[in-house]
Design a protein around this ligand. Structure first.
Ligand code: GLN
Length: 483
């Protein structure tokens, strides 16, 4: 039962082959049995899950239908869930029970999805390995000595290990696509503004975007359908109709123009990954796509720009965690300054503190122009590169990551080494574009992802290309041994 995709679950529930309650119990038992190896969950919500599953079964018995009605999922632990701990992977929020549901959580619950729990993540979504979580590192089910990627490492490891079919995640600089690549999943970062950020704890507000992590493009379409849409509570949410994502999956790729940026194949890319990307290009050519070499000349500046902008926004967003309004408070403060200092010093981990300091520095009066303003100018150049490229091509294709998942601890002493691994993903966040990663093969038994980028609001095109690719390849069907 645990091998089923969301689409298969929807058919099974519609055909009354099993109930949501039965399936939910099987998956909860599987999580209890197998998750101690992975640490992919921070909280399990068994009672809520059974209650939601029963309610979904009752709605189906009353004649209701829907692809998510009774479908078990989990939420990355930065989506606020009413009455349930929402930790953001941080000691700071270990005691925080959200007083309301995030829009994404409410929308998926209304569609009948069943919440099995909250998944582990890098603290405040800062990281690429899920090692900065206060709740401990998450292991990659493909090799327990390796990281699953981050910051949505818990959602990725849980779905890859077949503990559940799909999960929500967020992507500020790659945190959906990179863990998808590292664990053989399909993950989609939507256009900025497509999915509401209301109730999604902010890391870098101008970059953060929620999206689905699943095994197939077909399942990402189902989950995205439930997440996307205008939300008056989020001032950056876009009031555009949501297309039927599943309806576009079947379109032919005949004549699709795929751009391959020459800058992607630099010395930093593992040659074995380059080979797998070439294979996926050939596969798409067989399906009718036309390949064109393009250039993204400002790509080399994206990492330094991102690692100024994201910490700057984080330093501002995280100022609300001060030990007064909510979150961790130190014992016996001597005065107000002592309360702030010690609450924040005790509540935040090293990576979060590093970024708050970098961000506050970049925003400070004497340095604002030299760092923050300059980074914003680079951001515009990166966007302009994409706009020029999309005049010539429909999709941009390349690797999701320069290397496969590294060993646990391998980059802990050198944060910049980890930052450099984000080279292919962060440009989409800087420009606000949608991006998808899908399985493209293996290197030393570890999964590799191919990334597709599309113009604004062309999530349907990304899902269409990925689905056609998945109809003709079987990488995404491989299951890690032991799971
Ligand atoms: N790895 C990037 C960072 O550490 C991206 C994280 C994310 O997308 N949340 O900031």
């Amino acid at each position: 039962m645990h091998q089923m995709t969301l689409a298969e679950i929807a058919r099974g529930l519609a055909d009354k082959k099993f109930s949501s309650e039965e399936l939910t119990k099987v998956l909860l038992a599987r999580i209890t049995q197998l998750d101690p190896q992975l640490n992919s969950f921070i909280s399990l919500t068994e009672d809520l899950a059974i209650e939601q599953a029963k309610a979904a079964d009752a709605r189906r018995a009353n004649g209701e239908s829907g692809a998510l009605l009774g479908a078990p999922i989990a939420h990355k632990d930065l989506f606020c869930t009413q009455g349930i701990r929402t930790s953001c992977g941080s000691k700071m929020l270990d005691n925080f029970k959200a007083p309301y549901d995030a829009t994404v959580v409410a929308k998926l619950a209304a569609a009948g999805a069943v919440t099995l729990g909250k998944t582990n993540m890098d603290e405040f979504a800062m990281g690429s390995a899920n090692e900065s979580s206060w709740y401990g590192a998450v292991k990659n089910p493909w090799n327990l000595e390796h990281v699953p990627g981050g910051s949505s490492g818990g959602s990725a490891a849980a779905v890859a290990a077949r503990l559940l079919p799909a999960a929500t995640a967020t992507d500020t600089g790659g945190s959906i696509r990179q863990p998808a690549a590292f664990t053989n999943l399909t993950g989609l970062k939507p256009t900025y503004g497509r999915v509401s950020r209301w109730g999604m704890i902010a890391y870098a507000s101008s970059l953060d975007q929620g999206g689905p992590l699943a095994r197939t493009a077909e399942d990402c379409a189902i989950l995205l359908q439930g997440m996307a849409g205008f939300d008056p509570n989020d001032s950056t949410s876009i009031d555009e109709p949501v297309p039927d994502y599943s309806a576009s999956l079947g379109e032919s790729l005949q004549g699709l123009r795929i751009g391959v940026p020459k800058e992607y194949f630099s010395a930093g890319l593992d040659p074995r990954i380059a080979g797998l990307i070439q294979n996926s290009i050939q596969q798409l050519q067989k399906l009718g796509a036309v390949i064109k070499e393009i250039s993204l000349p400002n790509m080399q500046h994206a990492i330094p720009a991102y690692y100024v902008i994201a910490p700057a926004e984080a330093s501002s967003n995280l100022s609300r965690f001060d030990g007064v309004r909510f979150g961790h408070r130190c014992e016996n403060p001597e005065n107000l300054i002592d309360l702030y200092k010690r609450s924040r010093g005790e509540g935040f981990g090293a990576e979060v503190q590093r970024r708050i300091m970098v961000g506050a520095y970049a925003l400070s009066a004497g340095y604002y122009d030299a760092y923050y303003l300059k980074a914003q100018k680079i951001r515009r150049l990166v966007k302009n590169d994409f706009m020029a490229a999309f005049n010539e091509v429909d999709i941009i294709l390349g690797p999701t990551t320069p290397n496969p998942a590294w060993k646990l601890g391998a980059k802990n002493s050198d944060p910049v080494a980890a930052y450099l691994e984000d080279v292919y993903t962060i440009t989409a966040n800087l420009a606000g574009l949608p991006g998808l990663s899908m399985p493209a093969g293996f290197v030393d038994g570890l999964p590799v992802g191919v990334q597709l980028l599309a113009p604004y609001f062309q999530e349907g095109r990304l899902l269409n290309v990925a689905h056609q690719y998945q109809l003709n390849t079987d990488w995404h069907t491989r299951t890690p041994t032991g799971f």
